[in-house]
Design a protein around this ligand. Structure first.
Ligand code: ME8
Length: 641
């Protein structure tokens, strides 16, 4: 293995705030980056934001601000979140930075010099949700085949990249490098896709202004995916005067992405690189999706989990652990608060928390905090040997969930050993059992030292605190040496003990969250305006009222009043709105119905579900809602005035 390790996450769109999906990729990349640093490698870990393109331009316009203002706001949230989650990235790239523009200009210059760019006319479908072009034959029921977003017809002059010329070379690359796309099922998908034939790719847009000017023809901007993918190079100084980092770290060892953007990373990206005469990345790993209500959690569907309350209440390490453990790396998983809380109590409070606290407190009590030498270690040493081998193998094979399983097996072995050996009885038995007592506590503590080391990439904060309690110095980036039995410093004393994960009363917690949400949902009576109070036409004009069609409706669990609706607002917008109408309307009767919504209302969370708008309804004297509908067949998205 080369001694540098360059790992990247996708750069995230700034059309909306981050959710669990973005956190997942970034946390997993962080875990791998930390692991490789501990193993002594020269790691470079990059994340960032993707700020150009139609999607961002439209999202900004909908909020009445400039795209860069929207980007600045969302980027600030990303920075804050990565700090809260202890993400240890070395760089954060924004595609609006000059260094990035230089990189994009340089890659296009090289591709052009190779003769792989020509001017033509693009005529076909475009999905703004995926920022991708689709031929008519690929559409599914008139929508984009990847994620079911609406598509729009485009017809404009465009620059094309000769992707078709790279079909054979790509197939060769996949065959010669069977590990270049993982997991295996995704590798097969990519292979099949390319075997099916490649068309040339439109790489410029004329009808869009929010992007990097196309070198040599400023009437066009660079297609957002060519722009975005190049971040992996431009962040290393590619195209800039100083390209030391580029020389040192390119090609990347791992592009970690979600499976939604595999084609861009495994087909377009290597083809661009081949054309530009640059080395290809060693591996693209496409992980699975976090699902909610059996649909992919996504910003455009609005069914996303925002991490705020979990982070606030349980801290970054519990969330990081849950994400890494619950999802088999590469497969899909469902996110639920209940699953989080159960794992928290079982794995963290109980297995990790109790095993450490009982071992530490006995050592304080019976040995005044002195850590005995671990000796041969018997069954704990054997369990540690197995666990560390399994852990290292799993981390190197990109199976972090299996690595955690191995750590928890070791914890179970330590716990079982304590149970069997009964140190409390040995302590009572006095001097003749002293050696045995020291042996038992010594090997349990040594097992815990190894556990601490192995959880460090996953839960850096907890590992640090646990390390202090065990009287350990910080790990020294020599994992393979430190992870061995009896490799800890001799003659040390324990630090002060503190509980790591206080148990949660799950029922009480869920009730508390539900009550808080109900409270938020109670509409505070507006201050009664004075009778003569009027608003100007300009003030009224600020309220965006739109006709929408209800596409999905369902009750929100644990709420009597609330329904979650997905409202089609025309163009490419499907909007999630929570409405307090469940006492009078059944979800089924609302499907297909035209309604009117306040479209530019500040987003709010009701019972933990995000609502981006409000449905207009009249209320009778008993407070029953009556939904307003247009008197005729106006299309969704029509303005109401
Ligand atoms: O696609 N489950 O940005 P994006 C798991 N800008 N991971 C998820 C997820 C989910 N439900 N939802 C999102 C883009 N992700 C482009 C990338 S890269 C050169 C340009 C994660 O903001 C996952 O990593 O839509 C996915 O690939 C990424 O967020 C998409 O983020």
């Amino acid at each position: 293995m080369r001694d540098t390790y360059y790992i990247t996450t996708p750069i995230y769109y700034v059309n909306d705030l981050p959710h669990i999906g973005h956190i997942y990729t970034t946390v997993m990349a962080d875990i791998l980056a930390r692991y490789h640093r501990m193993a002594g490698r020269d790691v470079r870990f990059l994340t960032g934001t993707d700020e150009h393109g139609q999607k961002i331009e439209r999202a900004a316009a909908a909020q009445g601000i400039r795209p860069i203002e929207l980007a600045d706001r969302v980027v600030a949230r990303y920075h804050h979140l990565w700090e809260q989650l202890e993400i240890s990235h070395d760089d954060f790239i924004r595609t609006t930075e000059p260094r990035h523009q230089r990189g994009v200009t340089e890659i296009i210059r090289r591709i052009q010099a190779k003769g792989d760019i020509y001017k033509g006319e693009y005529s076909g479908w475009y999905c703004a949700g995926c920022e991708a072009f689709f031929p008519e034959t690929q559409l599914v029921e008139g929508r984009c085949p990847d994620q079911g977003h609406p598509v729009e017809l485009l017809s404009e002059p465009s620059y094309f990249f000769r992707l078709s010329a790279y079909q054979e070379r790509l197939l060769e690359w996949y065959r010669d490098h069977p590990g270049c796309v993982e997991p295996r099922s995704r590798y097969n998908e990519v292979l099949r896709f390319v075997e099916g034939g490649l068309r040339d790719l439109s790489i410029s847009r004329r009808s869009l202004s929010w992007g990097i000017p196309f070198p040599g023809d400023e009437d066009h901007v660079v297609y957002v995916w060519l722009d975005a993918l190049t971040n992996y190079l431009s962040a290393l100084g590619f195209g800039s005067a100083d390209d030391t980092l580029f020389q040192r770290y390119w090609p990347a060892q791992l592009h970690l992405v979600g499976k939604d953007i595999l084609r861009f990373h495994c087909v377009y990206w290597p083809a661009f690189l081949m054309s530009a005469g640059l080395p290809l990345p060693e591996k693209v790993f496409g992980h699975g999706w976090w699902m909610r209500d059996e649909a992919k959690m996504s910003k455009s569907l609005g069914n996303v989990v925002r991490p705020d309350h979990l982070l606030e209440r349980f801290g970054p390490d519990a969330l990081r652990y849950f994400l890494a453990r619950e999802m088999a790396f590469g497969q899909d998983a469902t996110f639920s608060d209940e699953a989080f809380l159960e794992r928290y109590n079982a794995d963290l409070a109980n297995n990790l928390g109790n095993t450490t606290s009982r071992t530490l407190s006995m050592t304080h009590r019976y040995l005044e905090g002195r850590v005995p030498v671990p000796g041969g270690g018997g069954q704990v040493a054997a369990a540690a040997g197995q666990a560390t081998a399994a852990y290292l193998g799993a981390m190197d094979r990109l199976e972090p969930h299996r690595a955690l399983e191995a750590v928890w097996q070791l914890l179970a072995a330590i716990n079982g050993f304590i149970q069997e050996s009964q140190p409390w009885a040995l302590a009572k038995a006095g001097a003749q059992s002293q050696d045995h007592l020291e042996e038992v506590l010594g090997s349990s503590l040594e097992g815990l030292r190894i556990v601490t080391l192995m959880i460090a990439p996953f839960m850096p904060g907890v590992a640090l605190r646990l390390g202090l309690q065990l009287g350990l110095p910080e790990p020294r980036r020599e994992l393979s040496r430190e992870i061995a039995w009896d490799a800890g410093p001799r003659g040390r004393k324990l630090g002060e003990s503190q509980p790591l994960f206080p148990r949660v009363d799950i029922k009480a917690y869920l009730k508390e969250v539900a009550m808080e949400a109900e409270k938020q949902q109670e509409v505070k009576p507006a201050e009664t305006p004075a009778k003569e109070s009027t608003i100007s036409i300009d003030e009224f004009a600020r309220i965006q009222l739109k006709v929408g069609t209800v596409r999905e409706a369902e009750r929100i669990p644990k709420s009597k009043k609330l329904l979650r609706l997905m409202v089609d607002l025309g163009e490419d917008e499907l909007r999630q709105v929570v409405a307090g109408i469940a006492e009078r309307y059944d979800p089924e009767e609302l499907l297909g119905r035209r309604i009117v919504i306040v479209a530019n209302l500040e987003p709010a969370r009701l019972m933990g579900v995000e609502s981006r708008g409000m449905i207009l309804a009249a209320t009778d004297a008993d407070g029953h809602p009556y939904i307003l509908s247009p008197d005729g067949d106006v299309p969704p998205g029509s303005e109401v005035r």
